[in-house]
Design a protein around this ligand. Structure first.
Ligand SMILES: Nc1nc2c(c(=O)[nH]1)N[C@H]1C(S)=C(S)[C@@H](COP(=O)(O)OP(=O)(O)OC[C@H]3O[C@@H](n4cnc5c(N)ncnc54)[C@H](O)[C@@H]3O)O[C@H]1N2
Ligand code: MOO
Length: 333
């Protein structure tokens, strides 16, 4: 168990937890590590950070130190594509091992946090994970916790894995390198009245996730023409077809009709996200095809930017994924 000891009497005893020093503007970090055996020369430093008494460690049977509890929780929830840090000041961080899509089961996270004294804090599911970026953290609130509490978290995680073919409730799915074909519609661009701005914008968004635009082709506002270009890319075996412009309500907006006419199975025309409400998500077999409205060209984050990471990670976008964009999806106009 923990024993409170006056600093002057602590020489030779084992520190129960990391001790943090904060010097505003200069330093914040660990002054002494958990497990450190207090030396006579440590006493002035301990007093300087305001410690006249410290906890020394004598763990009772059936109790865990905060570091071990955090480490066990992290190991229980972490799946593929995730690395764990060592416990530091009672916290373990879960980091992305590769550039990919963080997949987090919200119900599982809620179930863990409904237990008392434990913390599982994560990014939202479908967040883009950069390698080395911290995506989740585990800790417990008291310095020592009943082992039974952590065993409960481990049970929830084991049940989750059993119900999901072995997949963990928290994992990172690496991005694939997709070969992307772009069909840019619009008579004004096709006829050279204005310069194309969609191509560079879409290329940058695709490349940021590690995929590549293999070709961009141009089409006037004619359904059959657009269908022909879509089919050409499908026959060439691209992994993703993007059709830009012509997505709203004008008579010249042919793209949604052309995507349907090409034989695609439409998941959704329209997304509850602003900007990006006029986006179409569809599939030809396993090949995704997306109709991109004008805003994708000029807005940094739209429904396209929310869905492209799923596509690049090889997740099949469902109607449910589209529905869930609405809550928190008002970003612009
Ligand atoms: N009455 C309504 N008006 C609009 C609606 C609506 O629901 N009802 N939706 C709005 C939304 S949301 C969007 S987004 C825009 C644009 O949708 P479109 O995909 O149809 O975009 P276009 O009409 O094709 O083009 C808009 C604008 O951008 C220029 N453009 C298009 N492609 C290119 C390109 N490759 N390079 C440079 N510039 C391009 C085009 O010339 C137009 O000026 O509709 C809202 N309106
Ligand atoms: O498709 Mo619009 O995107 O909402 O600006």
């Amino acid at each position: 168990m923990l024993r409170e000891v006056a600093v002057e009497d602590a020489v030779g005893l084992v520190l129960a937890h990391d001790l943090t020093q904060i010097l505003p503007g200069e330093f914040k970090g660990r002054l002494f590590k958990k497990g450190h055996v207090v030396q006579a020369e440590d006493i002035p430093a301990l007093l300087s950070i305001g410690k006249e008494h410290i906890y020394t460690l004598e763990l009772a049977e059936g109790y865990l130190h905060e570091d071990e509890a955090a480490a066990r929780m992290a190991a229980a929830v972490a799946g593929t594509g995730v690395t764990l840090t060592e416990a530091h000041e009672g916290k373990v961080s879960l980091k992305a091992a590769a550039h990919g899509l963080a997949l987090v089961d919200r119900n599982f996270v809620d179930a863990v946090n409904s237990l008392e004294q434990v913390v599982l804090s994560t990014v939202r599911t479908n967040t883009v994970a950069e390698p080395g970026r911290s995506l989740a953290g585990t800790r417990v609130i008291p310095l020592v916790v009943a082992e039974e509490r952590i065993a409960e978290v481990e049970r929830l995680a084991a049940e989750y894995r059993a119900a999901h073919g072995g997949e963990a409730p928290f994992r990172v799915k690496p991005f694939r390198k997709l070969q992307v074909g772009v069909v840019t519609t619009g008579g004004e661009v096709y006829k050279g009245r204005i310069a194309d701005k969609f191509g560079p914008a879409v290329r940058a968004k695709v490349e940021a996730l590690g995929s590549v635009v293999v070709e961009q082709r141009f089409a006037p506002d004619e359904s059959e023409f657009i269908v022909g270009e879509i089919r050409r890319f499908l026959e060439a075996g691209v992994d993703l077809v993007l059709v830009t412009g012509g997505m709203s309500v004008d008579p010249d907006d042919r793209t949604p009709g052309a995507i349907r006419l090409s034989g695609a199975e439409v998941v959704s025309y329209g997304t509850p996200m602003l900007p990006g409400s006029m986006l179409m998500m569809a599939y030809h077999g396993d090949t995704p095809i997306m109709g991109l409205p004008g805003c994708v060209m000029h807005d940094p984050y739209t429904s396209f930017d929310a869905l492209l990471p799923l596509v690049c990670a090889g997740e099949r976008v469902t109607r449910r994924d589209i529905v869930e964009l609405g809550y928190g999806g008002l970003l612009g106009k």
